[in-house]
Design a protein around this ligand. Structure first.
Ligand SMILES: Cc1cc2nc3c(=O)[nH]c(=O)nc-3n(C[C@H](O)[C@H](O)[C@H](O)COP(=O)(O)OP(=O)(O)OC[C@H]3O[C@@H](n4cnc5c(N)ncnc54)[C@H](O)[C@@H]3O)c2cc1C
Length: 861
């Protein structure tokens, strides 16, 4: 074993081997993988080996599609077969709601070039005759599904990596990790110590233990998972013989089961409701190639439905039940990337679908390590997406919830209950008493909307407009016409101070820093000129003669942004950065009467001239020391008021009492988001993400190319000079009883013209056949619509995608934001666009100016 390496990958499961292969392929050959036992000694060896491309996050779906495409490549390089069976598969819907869900998934997949199709239950039965199709109302066909040999695939990655120069050390456990002052890692193993520049945690079942070696508690937990294998079945053999093909994979939401052909029989796995964590606190180091005791009672309810839906399987004898553990993060997606607070410590763990995701995870992580950027929008699997609140017990509750809901629909207005409430502000009980419906905002309880007195504060979950529609409308109208108050504790807040603070921020941000007492809005870019942040920054009065800046940003991106800030902090200690988290909380008041209200609570002049739009001031509000921004996300006259938690109840009470004479109402996050829509304001993580340039994101006025050199400036200047390819736009949509949610395709009537923004289909799909052996294409029978396959339909073409939307209550319009080719971005013609809502294409029109207060006069008054 060598004593030095550029990178050490810990763990030889499918993920570690994929990371090793991708690093070697990217040109890092001085790398080694260290495995405690033999390759595949964690969960990889007993996986069912299924793969598919669909994922709730379209960006993760894209990386899954890459994984499937990769298998041919590693087979060729390694000479090792993965035993790939690209059969295609169907998802079966048993209710109209599940069919809505499939329509949504189908629509989302379209702009990613996915080749899914909505089909009838009979069409599905033709490819999987063991089902009773009368249990279902429709299905979605995905050609890029199948199964492979887990062990062969892991070895194919490993052999391919070796061929490219990587070293693999087996039967050698990593026992300790320490770091030198210069950042070098000491990887202490049973066979000696390796000095490494980078360490990657691919520990699978032991990822949590490896995290603990560096003082990090990763939010990952292993769950027991069972699948059964039947004896050979004559029906399967007969189907194979008569059609010359294998049976397809089937996912049954109602039964929480997946099933497919395995040799001459059937494999059937369950995600049962009564799920069971495995080794919830510590994973034993001596766990090896072992299986767990099957527990048929636990999966009996799923099997009962399964046998009803697939009566052909019930008759077969069960040959074996496999029960093995594998790991999950809170939301079921992987934990990938550099861990905030550490240097050169990387994660690629909690990969629950290693054979769908392993390739994409390896590619993204190797890009990140070698080139400094994952090269894709990997937020959906970034290890930074969870905060300190994701403790061991929190993780346990959320992972169990996620596992038991694996095949359940998550409605757009659905808040999940497990592990809540976790963090609360001092106003939590008051908000509950006010009949607030609470939501989880990065682990913090936040009011979403207020149910009318006497009614139960509860969402009726739906893809359509629901019981919050009326009350949110009331909140919006009262705020727009009088004044409203809302909690904004869920924003991220930081203070940057020290003699180097201003230079530091000027180097990171695209806008000029504000003068003392003023506020600016500013995006932040990475080196490639892509949007990685959007902030409100105020310059506070100096403290001890040093500059001090307050920064507000997206709550969910706190660790993501801290990681970036820390990476760029000057080494000379001239800049300090403090993340407040919930040690600073806030309230926002907005609406035409908000100034009159606030004036009653402060002892300074806050008239238009004395406290201007975009001013910042420290002042006492209702007797409590506060910081006040004259700005609000509602786009109206309004204020954000920030205070220590100990004062929040005092300030809220003062606002409520002073507001009585003005008809003050409480409003929640949903009303706030509705109001921002009618102002065409973007949101971070929806409209603004690291896949867009600042001009694509229509952030032009915040990009000051002529100021000092800032990170991403060169790339942004190039984007501007060449002209952005896409533009963020706002639409008014002719919707019925459902509004857009995000990720839906945008169609345009562009004739034969190709605007070239939509990704080409990946062209790696298995054809689909009916029982008679004829290729079936483009029927869309379940949708009841004329054939719309791929991205072109006569003169209509998918030209972009929606990023978010909803109902703009004050202007009484359904609105959406999204990206379209720049050449179309200012075309407000009616009849040019359609946006797909739940599978139905709805007329839409670009609205360049915001429908509410287009001149911005109201917020400046
Ligand atoms: C019953 C079952 C069915 C499944 N079905 C599917 C399926 O159909 N499709 C699919 O995609 N996925 C499936 N999975 C999940 C899949 O197995 C995992 O996604 C995958 O194995 C994760 O791989 P990994 O490399 O992250 O982890 P692991 O396979 O757990 O590998 C981690 C490796 O790290 C090593 N290691 C840990 N700590 C150390 C240390 N300190 N020093 C050195 N080495 C160390 C371990 O020995 C192990 O080999 C299934 C899992 C189970 C249990």
């Amino acid at each position: 074993m060598k004593s030095h390496a550029k990178a050490v990958v810990i763990g030889g499961g499918v993920v570690g081997c994929s990371v090793l292969y991708h690093l070697a392929k990217a040109g890092w050959t001085d790398i080694m993988l260290i495995e405690r036992s033999e390759l595949t000694s964690g969960s990889s060896w007993h996986a069912a080996g299924g793969f598919h491309t669909l994922n709730g996050d379209p960006n993760v779906a894209k990386l899954q599609a890459y994984t499937v495409q990769l298998y041919k490549e590693i087979e060729e390089i390694s000479g090792q077969s993965c035993s790939l069976h690209l059969t295609g598969g169907v998802m079966m819907a048993d209710t109209p709601e599940r069919m809505d869900f499939l329509r949504l998934a189908h629509a989302k997949g379209r702009y990613l070039g996915m080749d899914t199709e909505l089909i009838t239950p009979s069409e599905a039965k033709a490819m999987f005759p063991l089902m009773d199709e009368t249990n279902f109302v429709g299905a979605m066909w995905d050609p890029v599904e199948g199964h492979l040999d887990p062990s062969g695939t892991t070895h194919a990655y490993a052999k391919a990596a070796r061929k490219l120069g990587a070293e693999i050390v087996l039967r050698n456990r990593v026992v300790e990790l320490t770091q030198e002052v210069d950042g070098t890692w000491n990887v202490v193993t049973e066979q000696g110590t390796v000095k490494a520049e980078h360490v990657v945690n691919c520990g699978g079942l032991w990822a949590r233990e490896i995290g603990r070696m560096v003082g990090v508690e990763l939010p990952v937990l292993a769950m027991e998972h069972m699948y059964l294998l039947t004896e050979p079945m004559p029906e399967v053999e007969e189907f194979n013989k008569s059609t010359g093909r294998e049976m397809i994979g089937v996912l049954d939401f109602k039964g929480e089961i997946y099933t497919r052909q395995e040799r001459n029989g059937i494999l059937l796995g369950t995600y049962e409701k009564a799920c069971k964590p495995w080794s919830p606190v510590n994973t034993p180091w001596d766990f090896g190639h072992e299986l767990l005791q099957p527990d048929i009672d636990r999966i009996a309810p799923s099997l009962e439905i399964g046998f009803k839906h697939f009566p052909g399987i019930e008759k077969a004898g069960i040959k074996q039940i496999i029960n093995g553990p594998f790991t999950f993060a809170l939301d079921g997606n992987p934990l990938v990337g550099p861990v905030q607070g550490l240097t050169n410590f990387w994660c690629a763990c909690a990969v629950m679908a290693g054979f769908s995701q392993g390739g994409g995870v390896g590619l993204a992580l190797s890009n990140w390590m070698v080139h400094g950027d994952p090269g894709f929008d990997v937020w959906g699997m970034d290890v930074a997406r969870f905060g300190e609140w994701a403790t061991l017990r929190y993780t346990n509750a959320k992972v169990r919830e996620n596992y038991s809901r694996r095949f359940s629909i998550r409605f757009p207005n659905e808040e999940l209950p497990a592990a809540r409430p976790a963090q609360t502000t001092p106003l939590y009980d008051t908000m509950l008493a006010n009949n607030a419906v609470m939501g989880d905002s990065w682990g913090l309880e936040t009011p979403l909307w207020f149910a009318p007195k006497g009614s139960e504060p509860k969402d009726i979950v739906s893809f359509h407009r629901s019981n919050d529609f009326g009350p949110i409308g009331e909140e919006v109208r009262a705020t727009r016409e009088r004044v409203g108050v809302t909690e904004i504790a869920n924003f991220a807040k930081y203070e940057v101070s020290g003699p180097g603070a201003e230079d530091f921020l000027n180097r990171l941000m695209t806008n000029r820093m504000p003068k003392s007492g003023r506020i600016v809005l500013t995006p932040m870019l990475n080196e490639f000129g892509r949007l990685i942040g959007d902030f409100t920054i105020a310059k506070a009065g100096p403290r001890g003669g040093e500059d001090r800046f307050m920064i507000w940003g997206s709550s969910a991106a706190q660790k993501y942004h801290m990681r970036w800030f820390e990476k760029h902090l000057p080494k000379d200690g001239s800049v300090r950065i403090h993340r407040f988290d919930q040690t600073l909380v806030g309230l926002s008041i907005a609406g035409p009467k908000s100034r009159d209200l606030l004036q009653k609570l402060v002892d300074v002049d806050i008239s238009t001239k004395a406290f201007r739009f975009m001013d910042f001031r420290e002042m006492a509000v209702g007797g409590a020391p506060c910081m006040v921004n004259r700005i609000t996300y509602t786009g109206d006259l309004g204020y954000e008021i920030w205070m220590a938690p100990a004062y929040q109840r005092l300030v809220y009470k003062a606002i409520k009492e002073a507001g009585e004479e003005f008809g003050l109402v409480d409003f929640g996050m949903r009303a706030l988001l509705s109001m921002r829509l009618e102002k065409n304001f973007p949101t971070w993580f929806r409209e603004l993400r690291p896949i867009y340039g600042p001009f694509e994101g229509s952030m032009d006025r915040f990009i000051k190319l002529e100021k000092n050199d800032f990170i991403g400036r060169e790339a942004a200047a190039k984007e501007q000079a060449e002209g952005p390819k896409l533009r963020r736009v706002s639409f008014i949509v002719d919707a019925a009883d459902a509004d857009v949610m995000g990720d839906e395709p945008i169609w345009a009537k562009v004739g034969g013209k190709d605007y070239g923004t939509v990704e080409k289909p990946h062209g790696y799909g298995a054809p689909r056949f009916d029982a008679g052996g004829n290729e079936v294409r483009g029927s869309n029978a379940a949708e009841g619509a004329s054939a719309v396959r791929g991205i072109v339909d006569g003169d209509w073409r998918v030209v972009g995608w929606v990023t978010s939307g909803g109902y703009a209550h004050y202007v009484e319009k359904s609105m959406a934001q999204g990206y379209v080719p720049a050449a179309l971005a200012e075309n407000e013609s009616a009849g040019l666009f359609e946006v797909e809502i739940l599978g139905h294409r709805r007329p839409a029109r670009i609205n360049v100016e915001p429908p509410f207060d287009p001149s911005g006069e109201k917020m400046r008054t």
